[in-house]
Design a protein around this ligand. Structure first.
Ligand code: FES
Length: 262
């Protein structure tokens, strides 16, 4: 599998404070699945600054056009350099093999819920499956830093909280009865969260479902990926299977397997 690409930027738009890039990467667009991240750097050769590429979850990939999409929050310094690249510029991209979201063949109703840097992975997943199942997307973040719903197919139900990441749980728990709680009616739950929100997400499931089957809730975990290739081990998290690297055993994990302190 090819993992390094030089990709020209074909489109660039600003949606509030987020930057949306459409990149030409046919080989990657063919194989990318929701949950795929890339490590990107915008560097005029021969400069080595910044040395490390910045991780971004793909917001979409279209094999028919050969395009991939990034939705960038430019508040991270290294991300700013990529976000400021203009149409026609090229990005230096690394796309390692990853563990993507996997849906059961029986899933008809999919609940997506996310906040933070891995949220674009849910846009990719919603667009990937919306034609064959019922999809609802709950997302939360800071005002001006949330993906615009018009990037999604019209059949996707979207609910948004602009009250920071914690607003996600206000959204999820807004129902007045247990029977109508979204975690109750969904066949599967796909999450995109930083590690700090794993415990509250698990608490939502435990409080709403009688049984929590393996595979029901998967999470794309956000966080720094210094090498992104399984070498430095700086991205390790504790799981039921022991210490695992987000970049190579993840970034998508079964939520039941992720262990957090407290
Ligand atoms: S980022 Fe280096 S091992 Fe995962």
């Amino acid at each position: 599998m090819q993992i390094y690409y030089t990709t020209p930027i074909r489109e660039r738009h600003q949606f509030n404070n987020l930057i949306w890039l459409r990149l030409e990467a046919p080989a990657l667009a063919r194989i990318a699945r929701p949950g795929q991240f890339v490590l990107a750097r915008s560097t005029p050769a021969p400069s080595l600054d910044p040395l490390l590429r910045q991780p971004f979850f793909l917001a979409g990939a279209d094999p028919s056009t050969g395009m991939i999409e990034l939705l960038i929050d430019p508040r991270e310094t290294a991300a700013t350099l990529v976000a400021e690249a203009s149409v026609g510029a090229t990005l230096d991209l690394c796309a390692p093999p990853v563990n993507p979201f996997t849906l059961a063949p029986t899933t008809q109703t999919l609940l997506l819920a996310g906040a933070g840097p891995s949220l674009p992975a849910l846009l990719f997943l919603a667009r990937y499956v919306a034609a064959r199942m019922s999809v609802a997307l709950f997302m939360a973040g800071d005002p001006g830093y949330l993906p615009p719903p018009f990037l999604l197919p019209p059949t996707v139900e979207v609910q948004v909280s602009a009250e920071g990441s914690a607003g996600l749980f206000t959204l999820l728990n807004a129902t007045t009865t247990l029977a109508t709680h979204p975690a109750r009616w969904a066949d599967q739950l796909a999450l995109a969260l930083p590690l700090a929100l794993i415990a509250p997400a698990a608490a939502v499931i435990r409080s709403t479902r009688l049984r929590w089957e393996r595979g029901f809730a998967q999470v794309a975990l956000a966080g720094p990926l210094p090498c992104g290739l399984g070498i430095c081990r700086a991205c390790q998290i504790e799981t039921r299977q022991g210490w695992q690297r987000r970049c190579s055993e993840g970034p998508v994990f079964d939520l039941r397997d992720v262990r957090v302190a407290g």
